[in-house]
Design a binder for this molecule. Structure first.
Ligand SMILES: C[C@](O)(CO)[C@H](O)COP(=O)(O)OP(=O)(O)OC[C@H]1O[C@@H](n2ccc(N)nc2=O)[C@H](O)[C@@H]1O
Ligand SMILES: Nc1ncnc2c1ncn2[C@@H]1O[C@H](COP(=O)(O)OP(=O)(O)OP(=O)(O)O)[C@@H](O)[C@H]1O
Length: 337
């Protein structure tokens, strides 16, 4: 960490996530569903650069850049402004320019917007010299912006409960190899997929109980046996995602026919994650899917990956503006409230 007394340009790398298990409980009064999930961060990263600027702005490049809004609705900008507003109780903070190199599929169920928000919180903490702002406070702030954000700060493989914002590490040794298929032109809205899940349950006369973590999945992860993990993958939102985008069923069976150990819709979809046994199997499956699967972008990834972390920082050439002592970063106090 730096002292925070000099303006800096900070670059943060943040992974996308898949859900190895996603058990969805009943709809709560606040409009969220109670969840029990096993999050797994994978090595498909967005890179977010934050630097002080005269005005707030966000700029997006990369393979998925054109699908991302650059107005005030961008989740990275929302995160930066929210942290600034909380911070403004104590002192003024400068606006920032945010640059996102976008590789995580947009509206794909891999929490790309949440990832950028998490990366921005980490970047702004450094740029604004908020060294005393502990990770758990950052996670609390992230949770107020989106249920997946605390996990993108945390990374690795972890259990999510509540509406997904309460995160605890899970014991998982070794690596899992994945092939990710993002169908061309496909996107799904998260609230719509949850609503479709409720509709299908009501139609089938199913009343969900309290969501529970899967013992079989936890055991498989502890042993890190690929076939055991493959057998234990489960997503309660998969049927709803397929109901809204039937091509997902085609993609899933194409991957299985081509040798994947298992396939699962990632979160609310529509990205499909295929589990394979090695890098070689991943290459074979990618080539097979590109030739014989439904049209889409195909990426290989490994998990677990670390959460949002600084990968580069540079002091800006100009000396920092002098500020009165009262303007210096002080203890933030209760950030959430
Ligand atoms: C599908 C998952 O990615 C699985 O990890 C998450 O549950 C979605 O998390 P997220 O995109 O961060 O979602 P949020 O931004 O918190 O919520 C967006 C909307 O999704 C629905 N939502 C989200 C989380 C949850 N536990 N229950 C819900 O019903 C609600 O309609 C909510 O208004
Ligand atoms: N930085 C951002 N990156 C991606 N999308 C963003 C961003 N900021 C705002 N959005 C908007 O948020 C919507 C959802 O995008 P996102 O990629 O986070 O979906 P998702 O991966 O399905 O989310 P989740 O898995 O958390 O449910 C997009 O349609 C887009 O308009």
């Amino acid at each position: 960490m730096t002292t925070g007394t000099q303006a800096q340009t900070v670059t943060v790398r943040v992974p996308g996530k898949i859900n190895l298990g996603l058990s969805v409980g009943p709809l709560r009064e606040d409009g969220y569903h109670e969840l029990s999930t096993i999050y797994h961060a994978v090595s498909l990263y967005d890179t977010v650069t934050v630097q002080p600027a005269d005005d707030w702005s966000v700029h997006v490049t990369g393979p998925w850049g054109e699908h991302v809004p650059t107005d005030d609705s961008n989740l990275a900008l929302v995160a930066a402004r929210t942290l600034a507003k909380r911070r403004a109780r104590r002192a003024k903070v400068d606006p920032v320019r945010i640059d996102i190199d976008k590789h995580i599929p947009v509206a794909g169920g891999m929490a790309g917007g949440s990832a950028d928000a998490a990366a921005t919180l980490v970047g702004c903490r450094e740029v604004w010299g908020l060294d005393h702002l502990e990770n758990d406070l950052l996670e609390m702030l992230g949770a107020s912006l989106g249920s997946d954000i605390p996990f993108l700060l945390h990374g690795g493989t972890a259990m999510g409960s509540g509406r997904g914002e309460q995160v605890t590490s899970v014991l998982a040794r070794g690596e899992l190899h994945w092939v990710l298929w993002a169908g061309e032109g496909l996107s799904l809205s998260t609230p719509q997929v949850y609503a479709e899940c409720d509709r299908l349950r009501a139609e089938g006369g199913v009343t969900p109980g309290a969501p529970e973590p899967s013992g079989a999945l936890m055991t498989a992860l502890r042993r890190m046996d690929t076939d055991e993990v493959a057998a234990a993958l489960h997503n309660d939102l998969q049927e709803a995602a397929i109901s809204l985008e039937p091509v997902l069923a085609e993609a899933l069976s194409a991957g299985l026919d081509l040798g994947a150990r298992a396939g699962i819709v990632s979160g609310s979809g529509p990205t499909v994650a295929f589990l394979v046994g090695s890098q070689t199997e991943a290459i074979d499956l990618s080539v097979g899917l590109a030739a014989n699967g439904p049209t889409g972008d195909i990426e290989r990834a490994v998990g677990p990956a670390p959460g949002a972390q600084i990968v580069h920082q540079r002091s800006n050439p100009e000396p920092p503006r002098s500020r009165p002592d009262t303007d210096r970063p002080g203890p933030l106090g209760p950030v959430i409230g």
